[in-house]
Design a protein around this ligand. Structure first.
Ligand code: ZN
Ligand code: ZN
Length: 401
């Protein structure tokens, strides 16, 4: 009468006969047989066909499925606390139950069985769906609610929001990212005025704090397409970045409003804000665009305008050998790298020095290309000019991505 119950199904069910199972747990031992039915329906039909008694409390799950409506309400309550277009339900099952289940498969055969965890996920999800009124998403859910069946407690795993844009840095006194205090490593000490930071502001915070506030998020992470020195400005069309907002309770963000809030800052400006995908983070971090700089250089001794122009011309479209600068050698391997100087243009020459615009390959140490870094960079502007040169200010004026 129940056509899906064949000999192999019957054999497994007979072996499970004395295990005091509920309909869910009996049906689940042969979950792969028959389609379009729940495990509970399987269990009921088996019991009917084979004249088996169903048990309560169940010797395997202790009637955990009776609590599905309560679990669904707990899941819905938690998910409705945060904004999302979609969700997924997961659960943590009492390890004793999982152990009992595995032990039973050893004896009755597990080839048609389904783990209790996946039935609970499905049943709780089904019951929660009408309470939540959002789509179920398996691949990349914005919120995952993980329910612990022992305590009916719910933990939310909320996917971050990524916002991409370009920033200008208008201060020579702020770093790109939060720089933890060297004295206390972020805990707070007298040296850092209990801020835990070396600098009171950063590009990351100027952009991240208003975004964090608007999305009611927990923390922000900053991903830049490279970075400039603390004392360098980032001008022109700015540097691409992605700010990652972790655990946002809101997902809808008015980017024009964020633009307005950030741009009240005198330190940092943003443009071209848009939402981004997680996959863009690695692309932005791995990009190696050439950069254009303006360097104001002072020289020891007077310089001749024609000579500066000649040197600039001779250094254009040239490869230099650059040994790791002494100022960073404590944290970078000591290597000689080849870098291309794409162009050098003289903007201005004065009594004390000159101003140049340079486009260089990603990873070029520009200050050292100008000074020569005591022979570590060859050729260099100072070397060719024949007098010591030093970069006074260095600003990035374009990231050529
Ligand atoms: Zn059961
Ligand atoms: Zn400190």
């Amino acid at each position: 009468m129940y056509r899906w119950i064949d000999d192999s199904v019957r054999e497994i069910a007979e072996k499970a006969r004395d295990r005091s199972l509920c309909a869910h747990c009996l049906g689940r031992t042969v979950a792969k047989a028959g389609s379009g039915m729940t495990n509970e329906e399987r269990g009921l039909e088996l019991a009917d066909m084979l004249g088996m008694d169903l048990a309560s409390p169940c010797g395997l799950c202790n009637d955990v499925f009776r609590h599905v409506p309560r679990f669904a309400t707990a899941v819905a309550d938690a998910i409705l606390m945060v904004e999302s277009d979609n969700f997924l339900v997961g659960c943590r099952v009492d390890p004793d139950i999982s152990d009992r289940e595995k032990a039973m498969w050893e004896e009755v055969g597990g080839e048609l069985a389904e783990p209790i965890k996946s039935e609970l996920n499905r049943e709780i999800g089904k019951a929660a769906l009408p309470l939540i009124d959002r789509a179920v998403e398996f691949k990349s859910p914005q919120v995952v609610a993980v329910l612990d069946t022992r305590f009916a407690s719910v933990e939310l795993d909320i996917a971050p929001v990524f916002i991409r844009g370009r920033y200008l840095k208008l201060s020579r006194e702020i770093p790109q990212t939060v720089w933890p205090c060297r004295g206390c490593r972020g805990k707070g000490c007298p040296r850092c005025n209990n801020t835990g930071k070396m600098y009171s502001h950063s590009v990351q915070e100027e952009i991240g704090n208003p975004a964090l506030d608007m999305l009611d998020a927990k923390e922000h992470l900053f991903h830049g397409m490279g970075r400039e020195d603390v004392d360098a400005l980032m001008l022109g069309t700015g540097r691409p970045f992605i700010i990652e907002l972790r655990e946002p309770r809101l997902r809808e963000i008015d980017l024009d409003e964020l633009d307005r809030r950030v741009n009240c800052s005198e330190l940092v400006q943003v443009q071209d804000l848009r939402l981004a995908q997680r996959s863009e983070v690695s692309a932005i971090k791995e990009a190696t665009p050439s950069k254009t700089y303006r360097a104001i250089v002072t020289t020891e001794g007077k310089v001749n305008k024609e000579r500066v122009n000649e040197v600039a011309k001779s250094l254009t479209k040239l490869h230099i050998d650059q040994r790791t600068p002494s100022r960073v050698s404590h944290r970078r391997a000591d290597l000689v790298r080849k870098r291309e100087i794409v162009s050098v243009e003289v903007e201005d020459v004065t009594e004390e020095g000159f101003t140049i615009l340079l486009e260089t390959e990603s990873g070029t140490y520009v200050k050292e290309f100008v000074s020569g870094d005591e022979g570590r960079t060859v050729p260099s502007f100072a070397g060719e000019l024949g007098i010591p040169c030093r970069v006074e200010t260095l600003d990035v004026i374009a990231i050529n991505d």
